[in-house]
Design a protein around this ligand. Sequence first.
Ligand SMILES: C[S@@+](CC[C@H](N)C(=O)[O-])C[C@H]1O[C@@H](n2cnc3c(N)ncnc32)[C@H](O)[C@@H]1O
Length: 247
Amino acid sequence: MADTTELKKGICERWSDPDRVQGWVQSGLNAEFRDAACRRAWMAALRQAVGDARVQEALDIGTGPGTIAQLWAEIGYVSTGLDFSAPMLRAGRAAAAERGLAVTFVEGDAEAPPFPARRFDLVSSRFVLFTLPHPGYAVRRWMRLLQRGGVMVLIGHENPNDPKGQHHPRRSHSKRHPDKRHEEALRQLPFVHHTAGELTVVMEAAGLRDIRRIPMEQVIAARAARFRRKPATGAILNAPYILVGRK
Ligand SMILES: C[S@@+](CC[C@H](N)C(=O)[O-])C[C@H]1O[C@@H](n2cnc3c(N)ncnc32)[C@H](O)[C@@H]1O
């Protein structure tokens, strides 16, 4: 069993692999967010999540190539994206520049974010908690970054074909060259298969209130339509959810 530092090092190396960065830019950022209908649907869901909260400064944690950080910038927030993978951040800077969006990219650990308490009005994270050794602790740390009245927007996905809704991350890129170290790491991560219900409990324990689940029918329909048109673009088939709570 690897200790936490070793575990994170391995996970960071995986997310820094050039093929993986490129793959995620294609499947995570470009596949659906370049599609006008998908982008509109995600923007509408995110606006609904923010609701009437007064937001100036937004932080997206485990931002990868700035997927959600760019949407916050587009809405007009001062947007920062945090990630521990330097190559992901480079890809994010390039993608934001290409779209003419102002996003500050910062390198750091999601479980020890390098920001003072109460710095942000909004903290978000998409598809990251499954990869952390201490997801509950992380959500409590993120809570500290929020102003009173600020919002936390957590985005995950569930597998509609699994009886419990658990999503199963792809184990390995290649069947011929399975990444043994990563597969071992996945076994050590407590939230690899978490559901929205389990995340709700973690959010409650961190002290978030008014926790809501945002309807995602439009996002799911827009994704399905895109996937029908371009089945090879790596669209994610799990059903995404957004949970939002206030400090
Ligand atoms: C599945 S990708 C999601 C990227 C982005 N949020 C999106 O939705 O497109 C997971 C990201 O989390 C980052 N990550 C994982 N563990 C992290 C940690 N402990 N600290 C900072 N970033 C982390 C990875 O480097 C990767 O960019």
